[in-house]
Write a new protein. Structure first.
Length: 143
């Protein structure tokens, strides 16, 4: 049998199988669309790079609403003394250091938390930041 005949037969049989299971395909498509819609609407802001310390530095060095909302989601309970909207507005009003952010080092603490060190190199001298995280990865303090 020639190859084009075999390929045409495979395509025809695949199309027929998909047609027979069209309700299952439709149901799976609707389920995936519903889950995608849920992810896009009800899920909170995401943490950049999977780390709240990086998220905090992104919010400090950029005047970006998404980064500020994600940083608020990373704050520990002791730091949530304002509403999320006030927090975002305060970050926009701050004169923050703009430039290249470098994660210098990370140190584990005895309670399971971490201390993460950063430098921000802008047009002026480099600025250092220290981000303290608790055992759950939430931000305790930024210096």
């Amino acid at each position: 049998m020639p190859l084009p005949f075999i390929l045409a037969r495979i395509a025809a049989r695949t199309g027929l199988a998909m047609w027979r299971h069209r309700l299952a395909w439709l149901g799976a498509t609707l389920l995936i669309a519903a889950l995608g819609l849920y992810q896009m609407t009800f899920a909170g802001p995401s943490v950049t790079n999977g780390d709240c310390a990086d998220t905090a530095m992104a919010a400090v060095t950029r005047a970006d609403d998404a980064a500020a909302h994600a940083a608020y989601a990373c704050l520990g309970p002791g730091l949530r003394n304002t509403s999320e909207d006030q927090f975002v507005a305060n970050l926009h009003q701050r004169d923050s250091a703009r430039g290249q952010v470098n994660r210098v080092a990370e140190q584990r603490t005895s309670d399971g938390g971490r201390i993460v060190f950063y430098t921000v190199q802008g047009q002026g001298p480099a600025v250092g930041y220290i981000v303290y995280l608790d055992a759950q990865g939430r931000i305790l303090k930024v210096e």
